[in-house]
Design a binder for this molecule. Sequence first.
Ligand SMILES: Nc1nc2c(ncn2[C@@H]2O[C@H](COP(=O)(O)OP(=O)(O)OP(=O)(O)O)[C@@H](O)[C@H]2O)c(=O)[nH]1
Ligand SMILES: [Zn+2]
Length: 200
Amino acid sequence: MQTVKKIATSRMPTSHGDFTLHIYRSDNDPQGLQDQVALVAGELKPGQEEVLVRLHSECLTGDVLGSRRCDCGEQLAKSQETISKAGCGVILYLRGHEGRGIGLAHKIKAYALQDQGRDTVQANLEQGLPIDARSYELAAAMLRDLGLQRIQLLTNNPEKVTRLQAAGISVSRRVPLLITPNQNNAEYLQTKRTKLGHYL
Ligand SMILES: Nc1nc2c(ncn2[C@@H]2O[C@H](COP(=O)(O)OP(=O)(O)OP(=O)(O)O)[C@@H](O)[C@H]2O)c(=O)[nH]1
Ligand SMILES: [Zn+2]
């Protein structure tokens, strides 16, 4: 089982609501090269059930650069707004998950392959990489540290629910996180629906 330590905390007012930000460091990463981020809205009581949680996979292009090739940036903003409005909840911004776990360079190579006609699944496979290499062990460790064992998960991806449960967190309900497609991400979203089983 992975263990994490909370090493820093501060207030984090954002354009999408007010949060407390915690930084977690994994025992497997003593230098903190990939410290993890938890944004918490409201007060969490130990053992509290049904708290709304978003596990957001890092996406530099979508979250920071405003790329329209995916839905990440809009999903992040919407999850912050939803959780802030709910008055209580958690967003884990999962570093190391970039490109569904294959990293930024491989994701950009995958984009180039998609520009030549492959879909998002074929583009990973053609590079000899898994379709989805993400692990949720660190996420589960952070949720446990926050006192959460049973949550509601904001996601369209049923596999994410299964993998988080396999890491020891019980998910009582999947809550959809839908955004309006644009002409650049429509095909990508369609592949997520048909090949990856996302509820879109
Ligand atoms: N390998 C690869 N990764 C991508 C591509 N487009 C987006 N990503 C990455 O996919 C991750 C997000 O995964 P998604 O499949 O979009 O969504 P999800 O997190 O599984 O599901 P939701 O919880 O519903 O958002 C981010 O880390 C993105 O960087 C792509 O074409 N290829
Ligand atoms: Zn993205």
